[in-house]
Design a protein around this ligand. Structure first.
Ligand code: ADP
Ligand code: MG
Length: 283
């Protein structure tokens, strides 16, 4: 690779909204034959809207408890809950800890509470109550703890406008596309169907995403991982080439090989084309 050609390509990529932060990224992006995408905040906008809350006994109280637990959260779900709860009359929390890919735990009025995915809350709250709803499409988050379940929060999150287009272009370019998500399998499936992705894996912890990438690498695949850095920093680091969403975490932006600068995913595809042309010229 001549340095001049790479410099020219780096400038051109920056102009279309894909920032190159590591020298090898152009070549690896062109060679990647498997693209793994995180779901929340990557294929979706990550602007979660709380569309329904079911709570026993009281919705406002439940939101206040969840909001108190999520006050300092950087997770998109946590931020949406904290915003919906507002900052007024939040109870004090002790022993706050967050568990990557599962949720947040803390003590309020001496009671240990959790907000997060169903399995995480169930460990403390026990069997599901009658009022709990099955919702296969939305992202569900639960609140409960010692003494039982308190609430189910349901969120909508729009798929990015160009996500379907980008996915199909990558597949037509003979690369595999897979979704790796920590969200419930049913919600991940719903997004996968809308995007026409046949391989979508939900319910994954950060270690699970990491293990998936390692196993593809062991098969000889060149893996590109696209994520926002929330619970996917380890898998971004493991991939041959990592692409961070610009609105994601600072860690992801500073560690990734490529950074998408705007709201769109299309620069990733354009970047791959340009990277491919650059390599063909170089060789
Ligand atoms: P994704 O892979 O789709 O980006 P994450 O791995 O970030 O999802 O999160 C997986 C799941 O863990 C979420 O869908 C949610 O149920 C739960 N979760 C993680 N962090 C939090 C949090 N701060 N508050 C509530 N739920 C959380
Ligand atoms: Mg995410």
């Amino acid at each position: 690779a001549t340095p001049v050609a790479l410099t020219v390509a780096t400038d051109a990529l920056a102009r279309i909204g894909l920032l190159v932060t590591r020298g090898h990224a152009i070549e690896t992006l062109a060679r990647a034959d498997l693209f793994a995408f995180d779901k929340t905040g990557t294929l979706t906008t990550g602007r979660l809207t709380l569309v329904e809350t079911i709570a026993a006994p009281d919705v406002t109280d439940a939101l206040r408890l969840a909001g108190a637990l999520e006050q300092a959260s950087e997770h998109l779900i946590g931020r949406a809950i904290a915003q919906a709860a507002g900052s007024a009359r939040l109870p004090p929390v002790e022993g706050l800890r967050s568990v990557a890919g599962r949720g947040v735990e803390g003590h309020i009025n001496g009671r240990c509470l959790r907000v997060g995915n169903r399995g995480f809350v169930a460990e403390l709250a026990g069997p599901a109550p009658d009022w709990m709803q099955e919702d296969a499409v939305r992202t569900n988050v639960y609140l409960g703890g010692e003494g039982g379940w308190l609430a189910q929060f349901m969120f909508d999150d729009d798929v990015r406008e160009d996500a379907r287009d980008v996915v199909s272009r990558i597949e037509r370019d003979r690369a595999r596309v897979v979704i790796l998500s920590g969200d419930m399998p049913a919600a991940v499936e719903a997004v996968a169907r809308r995007l026409g992705v046949s391989d979508a894996r939900g319910g994954l912890l950060p270690e699970g995403k990491h293990a998936a990438v390692k196993s593809w690498q062991a098969e000889g695949r060149t893996v590109a991982m696209v994520g926002d850095g929330i619970n996917d920093a380890p898998v971004l680091a493991q991939a041959h080439v990592s692409v961070a969403i610009g609105s994601g975490t600072e860690l992801a932006r500073t560690q990734a090989d490529l950074v998408l600068l705007g709201e769109a995913l299309l620069p990733l595809w354009k970047g791959r084309l340009l990277a491919g042309r650059t390599l063909r010229v170089i060789r």
